[in-house]
Ligand binder design. Structure first.
Ligand SMILES: Nc1ncnc2c1ncn2[C@@H]1O[C@H](COP(=O)(O)OP(=O)(O)OP(=O)(O)O)[C@@H](O)[C@H]1O
Ligand SMILES: *[C@@H]1O[C@H](CO)[C@@H](O)[C@H](O)[C@H]1NC(C)=O
Ligand SMILES: *[C@@H]1O[C@H](CO)[C@@H](O)[C@H](O)[C@H]1NC(C)=O
Ligand SMILES: *[C@@H]1O[C@H](CO)[C@@H](O)[C@H](O)[C@H]1NC(C)=O
Length: 483
């Protein structure tokens, strides 16, 4: 939800982004030569010069540390960069910069960005700015760059007085994220489509130190909006999250914890949840000497796990993720308006994740079980089959001149459109709405394959429509013809 005044700010950011990408493309080819010439100004006072040199050394050491964090994430022996023997600059950096690692780090390069159209800012955070873009061929993507106005850049420049070096430092977070996206491929992780080295430079420098990451385009997750959608869509987000956490608990990098677990780290792509912010993912298990070292602290709960013989907290990453899923997602999205036949299963998930009594395998199993019941309509078994006899089916017809009424949460803003397993469930719903006089089943389906049914008070005419059936309530029809 853009606040007041943000269109202006967005426009300004966008102008900057477009400019910097163009600039980076222009200078890209010359950049690799004379890039590393020192550029701090001649300080007249010796003291100032020394101070600058000290800052520069501190920044360089941070740069080296960030680089060191990424190396263990690379495929061991995959390209043999560690055997290069150089140690200092294992081929990765050259390759990330030059794009020769394309096959591994997505296929698109800088050339994909030529003649792109930047549409709007999708989001920004401490570190990154994300822009919605149409590529020259019309393909929609999201571009992630260093957020020049972000807290990360601001703090770094304040500390080190070197915008160019800081851009490089902050870019390491993008590079780490890119490597993680590549190693943690999953339907619920945003897809990496490529990258352009040097695209993230803003004013000043010339952009040699930045990187632009090209991603599948999503919609930022809007919790308030999601709260108003049908249970089926909210369940989907929770199920996707359970599938993601199941994958992360046994990923190629080991058990991965999402240290910064918030709705804003996720987007949706056609209704399915995808993780997009990975720079705070950690594959390291917490080291411990006693059980007391293995306490998970949350504002309202503490949990402890065992310190294993290997000296790591067993399953701490997995538990941290499950409890965060419970407190940021499940509590808000799952229980509210769950179908009557499923509430006991939903309550069970709420309790076992909120108390950390189930591991991620059991949690995912519970979710998949609910999905199975919901899709097959088995949870409706105690609906009396007779309800359908209150209705006259009219096949191959739809209605016109409808008198609509609203229900909540409806798939349509104007009328009452709900998902049902069958005509029987729709009849049951119609019976429970005092205004309802008929309903139509068209061929439209939700993501689970359930049918969309539209309910209305009455209608003027029936019109032929091979794809839909109308069910007219007998009592209402009698009322109408009796009048
Ligand atoms: N692929 C994408 N499609 C659409 N929107 C996206 C995409 N990736 C990120 N966003 C949006 O951009 C925002 C910022 O991205 P991201 O979280 O990676 O930046 P950040 O600086 O790490 O943020 P934070 O300060 O929350 O950690 C996200 O909250 C999300 O809403
Ligand atoms: C969690 O542990 C901390 C430190 O041991 C303690 O101060 C806090 O009160 C505990 N919180 C709860 C909710 O038990
Ligand atoms: C789980 O169930 C127990 C027993 O009914 C209850 O005391 C506890 O508060 C529940 N916990 C959560 C997180 O719902
Ligand atoms: C969880 O399931 C995976 C397979 O999906 C299995 O390899 C693993 O052992 C299971 N873990 C537990 C704790 O049961």
């Amino acid at each position: 939800m853009p606040g007041m005044g943000s269109p202006l700010r967005a426009a300004a950011l966008l102008a900057l982004v477009v400019l910097s990408v163009l600039l980076a493309l222009l200078v890209g080819s010359v950049r690799q030569f004379g890039a590393s010439v020192a550029h701090f100004p001649d300080a007249t006072a010796r003291g100032a010069e020394e101070e600058l040199a000290a800052l520069r050394r501190a920044l360089t050491s941070q740069l080296r540390q960030r680089r060191g964090e990424i190396l263990p994430l690379l495929v061991p022996g995959g390209e043999g960069e560690e055997e290069d023997g150089e140690g200092e600059d294992p081929g990765l950096w050259r390759e990330i910069r030059l794009g020769s690692r394309r096959a591994q780090l997505g296929e698109m390069g800088c050339d994909a960005l030529v003649d792109m159209r930047a549409l709007e800012v999708l989001g920004s955070g401490y570190t990154k700015l994300v822009v919605k873009v149409n590529l020259a061929g019309g393909q929609p993507v999201a571009l992630k760059l260093v957020n020049e106005q972000g807290i990360d850049m601001g703090k770094c420049v304040e500390d080190f007085k070197d915008p160019r070096g800081c851009r490089e430092l902050v870019s390491y977070k993008l590079k780490k994220e890119m490597v993680l996206l590549q190693r943690l491929k999953h339907p619920n992780v945003i897809q990496l489509k490529g990258h352009c080295a040097g695209g993230g430079g803003g004013g000043g420098g010339g952009g040699g130190e930045g990187v632009t990451v090209i991603l599948e385009q999503g919609n930022p997750l809007q919790m308030l909006q999601l709260l108003q959608t049908p249970w089926e869509d909210r369940f989907r987000v929770c199920l996707d999250l359970a599938r993601l956490l199941h994958f992360l608990s046994r990923s190629p990098l080991g058990s991965v914890a999402l240290l910064d677990f918030q709705p804003r780290q996720f987007v949706t792509v056609s209704g399915s949840l995808k993780l997009t912010d990975l720079d705070d993912a950690s594959a390291a298990e917490t080291a411990c000497r006693t059980h007391a070292d293995c306490t998970l602290r949350f504002p309202h709960r503490n949990f402890s796990v065992a310190c294993s013989d290997r000296g790591v907290c067993d399953g701490l990453n997995e538990k941290r993720n499950i409890y965060n899923a419970y407190r940021y997602f499940f509590t808000y999205l799952l229980p509210h308006q769950a179908p009557a036949g499923l509430t006991h299963l939903v309550d069970h998930i709420m309790n076992s994740t909120g108390e950390l009594k189930a591991d991620i395998n059991q949690t995912l199993e519970a979710f998949e079980h609910i999905l199975l019941l919901y899709k097959s309509g088995l949870h409706l078994e105690n609906l009396p089959p007779s309800v359908i006899r209150d209705y006259t089916p009219v096949r191959g017809m739809s209605t016109s001149g409808d008198v609509e009424y609203r229900c909540w949460p409806s798939y349509s803003q104007r009328g009452c459109v709900l998902s049902v397993h069958s005509a029987r469930e729709a009849a049951h719903i119609c019976n429970s709405h005092s205004q309802c006089g008929s309903f139509t089943l068209s061929g439209r389906k939700t993501w689970t394959g359930r049918l969309l049914a539209s309910f209305r008070s009455s209608f003027a005419h029936l019109v032929p429509d091979g794809t839909s059936d109308v069910y007219v309530k007998k009592s209402k029809a009698a009322e109408a013809s009796g009048a």
